[in-house]
Ligand binder design. Structure first.
Ligand code: FPP
Length: 214
């Protein structure tokens, strides 16, 4: 969800305002999923590298996450959304951990769509953990690694969108992206609307996926 900082800077606002607008974009996008047939949406909210940001920005992001759960959980739960986390959310403060775990438990039986938030997530570390777990069980195969990834219970990744003109994957779902379509847009995350997701999906639908075959 790149571009919150630049969105705020362009308007001479504090970065925190960009993140706040970013949460509004999340809310609108999740609301728009109903009836689209999208089974899963995974959002990169906080990378393992994000701990390197100033303490006040980390505090702002943590506060926004807590606020999001408090304000939106009823709506999410009633809309049939299952909330899922990848990464190690135990690194956040006790209150955040309790809210996250409460939200996971409350929505566990929902089947409409899975909303996964990547928190304290880094793909290379995830692959190492999965490979170690596979080795502890026996032969290290692609299937065994995939079974131990944080995303093991999610459908295969079809489309990966990066906002704000960045042309990198930045340690997000590297294994899972092996056959995903990649979509890069200059739109800053706070400006990313359901309409932009629709455009990305249209683009995706127009591409022929060959999985290495011909
Ligand atoms: C990247 O923009 C954005 C982040 C590091 C944080 C994203 C988190 C949220 C929107 C809030 C929490 C999420 C949920 C699901 C409630 P940036 O700061 O790197 O902006 P820049 O690329 O313009 O500098």
């Amino acid at each position: 969800m790149d571009g919150n900082g630049r969105w705020a800077k362009k308007r001479l606002l504090p970065r925190a305002m960009g993140h706040k607008k970013g949460v509004e974009a999340v809310r609108n996008l999740v609301r728009s999923l109903r009836g689209t047939g999208i089974e899963a949406l995974t959002l990169y909210a906080f990378s393992t590298e994000n701990w390197g940001r100033p303490a006040d920005e980390i505090a702002d992001l943590t506060a926004l996450m807590k606020h999001f759960i408090r304000s939106d959980l009823d709506e999410i739960a009633e809309a049939g959304v299952r909330l899922n986390i990848i990464g190690d959310h135990s690194a956040f403060d006790e209150e955040a951990v309790a809210l996250i775990e409460g939200a996971i438990a409350r929505t566990a039986d929902n089947r409409e769509v899975v909303l996964t938030i990547a928190l304290n997530y880094g793909s290379q570390a995830e692959i190492v953990r999965a490979a170690r777990a596979a080795a502890a069980e026996g032969e290290v195969t692609e299937e065994a690694i995939a079974r131990h990834l944080d995303t093991a219970d999610l459908p295969p990744l079809d489309l990966l969108i990066r906002t704000s003109g960045e042309l990198r994957l930045s340690n997000f779902l590297l294994w899972q992206a092996a056959y995903a379509e990649l979509y890069f847009t200059d739109v800053l995350w706070p400006d990313f609307k359901p309409e932009h997701l629709r455009q990305a999906i249209e683009h995706f639908s127009g591409r022929e996926r060959r999985y290495g075959g011909r």
